[in-house]
Ligand binder design. Structure first.
Ligand code: CTP
Ligand code: CA
Length: 213
């Protein structure tokens, strides 16, 4: 099968020297890419900047901003049977990127940046991108994990949401381990805390089961 995976953070320019980003390490998305390639699938990895090595045998599409990632996914998702959106995409970007470096003001102690919403890549897969394959999203939550994940499952027309409690330091963004709950129409499947590599295999097995049923 062909599996498209988004991973890592996005980077949104403020001016020529500054940017907005988030704490995503990309580990979960890269673990998924590695596992899928090892299983013999074709992998298209669309990734924001990370410190990680690109797994062998994957087609790598590096991007920076949420807009870049949207365009790359819109272009490549046509080829995919399964799409897994593990990226931590910026929800907001600068209304206008400053062309010159923003100077420190001599008389203003505060600075307000005006941000506008980015497009929701996962939320656009079905309608705007006409994706009919198996669609899997993540939900990064600090509270009401299952309720929020289930809302995302419905709102974004996904087959599966991987719910992730990012308020805990021992799991999530920079950690090597994760503890997740698989949320689908069928119900909730909590998985015991394990390495991101192990969980990647479990998520992929579930994805392939959903794709072949
Ligand atoms: N996502 C996306 N494009 C965006 C924002 C999010 O594709 N512009 C995807 C993420 O990759 C993830 C899922 O949507 O698979 C959920 O991301 P999350 O940040 O948890 O949810 P949001 O819908 O952005 O809502 P909020 O941040 O307010 O919880
Ligand atoms: Ca978000």
């Amino acid at each position: 099968m062909t599996i498209l995976i988004t991973a890592g953070p996005t980077v949104e320019a403020i001016d020529p020297v500054r940017y907005l980003t988030n704490r995503s390490s990309g580990k979960m998305g890269y673990a998924l890419a590695e596992a899928a390639a090892t299983m013999g699938h074709r992998v298209i990895l669309v990734s924001g900047p990370t410190q990680l090595d690109v797994p062998d045998g994957v087609d790598f599409i590096p991007v920076e901003s949420a807009d870049d990632m949207y365009e790359a996914v819109a272009n490549w998702i046509k080829k995919a049977d399964i799409a897994i959106m593990a990226a931590a995409v910026a929800d907001y970007k600068m209304a206008q990127v400053a062309e010159q470096k923003i100077k420190k003001s001599a008389d203003q102690d505060t600075l307000t940046l005006q941000l506008v919403k980015t497009r929701d890549i996962l939320g656009s897969a079905r309608q705007q991108m006409n994706f009919t394959g198996t669609l899997i999203g993540f939900a990064a939550e600090t509270e009401k994990l299952i309720t929020n994940a289930r809302n995302k499952l419905q709102r974004k027309n996904c087959d599966l949401i991987v719910a992730n409690d990012v308020s805990r330091a021992d799991i999530g963004f920079h950690a090597d381990d994760n503890e997740i709950v698989l949320v689908s129409e069928q119900g909730e499947e909590p998985l015991a805390k394990a390495s991101k590599e192990h969980l990647a295999h479990v998520i992929l097995e579930k994805a392939i089961q959903l794709a072949t049923k």
